[in-house]
Design a binder for this molecule. Structure first.
Ligand code: SAM
Ligand code: SF4
Length: 327
């Protein structure tokens, strides 16, 4: 079974936010005063998440990414990973800040997790504390090593370069690929409800990232974009891969294959659209699987042709923190 949206894009990827809570408060993601959280009883239970994923799988879902908030803060995360894997998804990945990953990496792998992305924006401990509001860089490095050892590979490291904050480290991050088979993914800084941290002049465009990296050696293009947002390169002689993700300067909406499920049970067909389809209320009111399937298909059909990031969305007043919608 294949799901197609109204623009004939194949939809086979669901990002599932399992909590909106986080143990860090990254400056580019959350407002300094923190967020009002979803009430406990509004957050989907494990059984509800698994039911939605199972229904989506019957419609043609192939890939799930678990995210948040910080997904590893959720109780019974290994049990949830195992149940999601058993729905039949082919590829199960998780995005984490890495703070709690070290002791869990082996268990998550055993439970059926295929890969992890670990967010890391600086290699300087003091800067890491400042960016994340108190996080420990040592723990994240240990998590990167333990994840690789556990076979959660290739380990992908997500870097959001922000001008004046960490953009001087772009070459150092890219250089990690000489010795390690990590994927270093540079993601353009997107507007989010982080109270004034986002400004267009603080975004480092993918073109600029490429220019700074090219000083390290010739860049070999690895593949066409395929169906994901990342354009991949290898510096000549390096072991790892560099991924360039350009939601602002070269948006990939024409290739977009994803939907998002928020922690409180809403399908968002596009990260930067206000369209939401509530799955939780009908489910808690006793909807049958076929009624749920219809709702899911409706969400697929409502996916907009493109996002509005370049149409001055920052002034529209409905931006959400990335931790609320799963990045
Ligand atoms: N807490 C986990 C983490 O940090 O990996 C998962 C959730 S986080 C919202 C998912 C991804 O969104 C992270 O890689 C983070 O760097 C990215 N992100 C958050 N705010 C962003 C922004 N304003 N622009 C671009 N990426 C952002
Ligand atoms: Fe938390 Fe991830 Fe957002 Fe940082 S990027 S505040 S770790 S949700």
């Amino acid at each position: 079974m294949t799901m197609r949206d109204s623009f004939n894009r194949r939809i086979d990827y669901l990002r599932v936010s399992i909590t909106d809570r986080c143990n860090l408060k990254c400056v580019y993601c959350m407002p300094p005063g923190g967020l009002r959280h979803i009430q406990e009883d509004e957050v989907l239970t494990d059984e509800e998440i698994v039911r939605i994923v199972r229904i989506a799988c019957r419609q043609g879902l192939r890939k799930v990414r678990i995210t948040g908030g910080e997904p590893l803060m959720r109780k019974n995360i290994t049990g949830l990973v195992s149940s999601i894997k058993q729905t039949g998804v082919h590829d199960l990945a998780l995005t984490t800040n890495g703070i709690m990953l070290s002791g869990l990496a082996g268990k998550l792998k055993k439970a059926g997790l295929d890969r992890v992305n670990i967010s890391l924006d600086t290699m300087d401990p003091a800067r890491y504390r400042a960016i994340t509001n108190g996080g420990s860089l040592d723990r994240v490095w240990k998590a990167v090593e333990d994840a690789a050892r556990a076979g959660l590979s290739p380990v992908k490291i997500n870097v959001v370069p922000v001008r004046g904050l960490n953009d001087d480290e772009i070459p150092a991050f890219a250089s990690l690929t000489f010795e390690n088979d990590y994927h270093i993914r540079f993601i353009e800084f997107m507007p989010a409800a982080c109270d004034g941290t986002w400004r267009r002049d603080r975004c480092v465009s993918s073109a600029e990232v490429m220019e700074r990296i090219s000083a390290l050696g010739a860049l070999e293009r690895l593949e066409f974009r395929g169906r994901g947002p990342s354009r991949n390169f290898r510096i000549k002689g390096a072991r790892g891969v560099i991924g360039i993700i350009s939601p602002l300067s070269d948006h990939f909406c024409a290739f977009c294959n994803r939907l998002r499920l928020t922690a409180d049970g809403k399908i968002r067909p596009c990260l930067f659209s206000e369209i939401k389809i509530d799955m939780k209320t009908p489910m808690r009111n006793g909807a049958s699987d076929s009624e749920m399937e219809k709702l899911f298909c409706k969400a697929v059909k409502l996916k907009p042709r493109k996002h509005l990031l370049n149409d001055d969305i920052t002034s529209s007043g409905h931006l959400k923190a990335m931790s609320e919608i799963g990045g």
